[in-house]
Design a protein around this ligand. Structure first.
Ligand SMILES: [Zn+2]
Length: 266
């Protein structure tokens, strides 16, 4: 593994630790910068050395609060590790450039949405409303088209830019399609999903919207049926769709070109 790859993994872990704060506080409309993190059980402030990604959880604290011994959710290290993996994939797939920080912003946004939607069945406007114009601006000048990303024999990533037209069509397709589903399902699909799909379209274009919708529906159905078979969820259990869509958007971003090639049989 090269030095840049190691550095981006470490950076991904550190940002992942901050994403845990966002996941906890954004839906509660609390500030994400202050006060410093505290144990949810006893309120003791978490010391900086107990806040090192992965190491604190697995080695220093062994999954328990230092003051009160209350168990700490395994989700914290999971989010840190997942964000590091996403950043690593972003670098490996698309290489260095100004597109890199913008794609990292996008993948972290999707990760935060997955967990907030699981917990609260909402997708915060604070992410998706700025996400739409930022996506269009970035896609117009910098962002790689995930369906036109290739590799030279030397392993360098080569891609076409999404472009403003594809991005705007993506925004309208994502927003419009899910707005239609929301109206037809009479509230079965929330407004949060509508705005998130607008953002997804802005970042990865209209093909990205279609593949995201397909992958989101497939994984959603697969998990839903599995839960039903395991009797963990009845037919009436409300399962949010947002996490599957956000997952589908990430898969589309990283694997759009190979999936499209496989589909076209080339
Ligand atoms: Zn505690």
């Amino acid at each position: 593994m090269s030095m840049p790859e190691i550095l981006i993994i470490v950076f991904g872990l550190v940002v992942g630790s901050f994403l845990n704060v966002c996941i906890h506080r954004l839906p509660r409309e609390q500030s994400i910068v202050s006060p410093p993190s505290a144990c949810p059980a006893c309120g003791t402030k978490i010391k900086p050395w107990d806040n090192i990604p992965l190491i604190s959880y697995f080695i220093l604290l062994r999954g328990k609060c230092r003051s009160c011994g209350a168990p700490i959710s395994l989700r914290y290290p999971l989010v840190e590790a997942a964000n590091a993996v996403l950043y690593y994939l972003t670098l490996v797939q698309f290489g260095f450039g100004w597109h890199l920080p913008l794609l990292m912003l996008f993948t972290s946004a999707m990760l935060v949405i997955i967990f907030i939607d699981i917990d609260f069945q909402i997708i915060p406007d604070v992410i998706t409303l700025p996400g739409m114009p930022v996506g269009v601006l970035a896609a117009a000048f910098l962002l790689p088209d995930p369906f036109l990303t290739f590799r030279t024999p030397a392993g360098t990533a080569v891609f076409e830019i999404v472009g403003i037209v594809n991005s705007l069509i993506g925004l309208v397709t994502g927003f419009g399609l899910f707005y239609l589903i929301a109206v037809l399902s009479k509230g079965g699909m929330g407004g949060g999903d509508v705005k998130m799909m607008g953002m997804v379209g802005a970042f990865i274009g209209w093909k990205g919207v279609l593949l995201t919708t397909l992958l989101g529906s497939l994984t959603g159905a697969l998990v839903g049926v599995t839960l039903m078979v395991l009797n963990k969820a009845g037919r009436k259990t409300k399962i949010p769709f947002g996490p599957y869509l956000a997952f589908g958007a990430l898969v589309s971003l990283y694997f759009g070109t190979p999936i499209l090639r496989w589909y076209l049989g080339t």
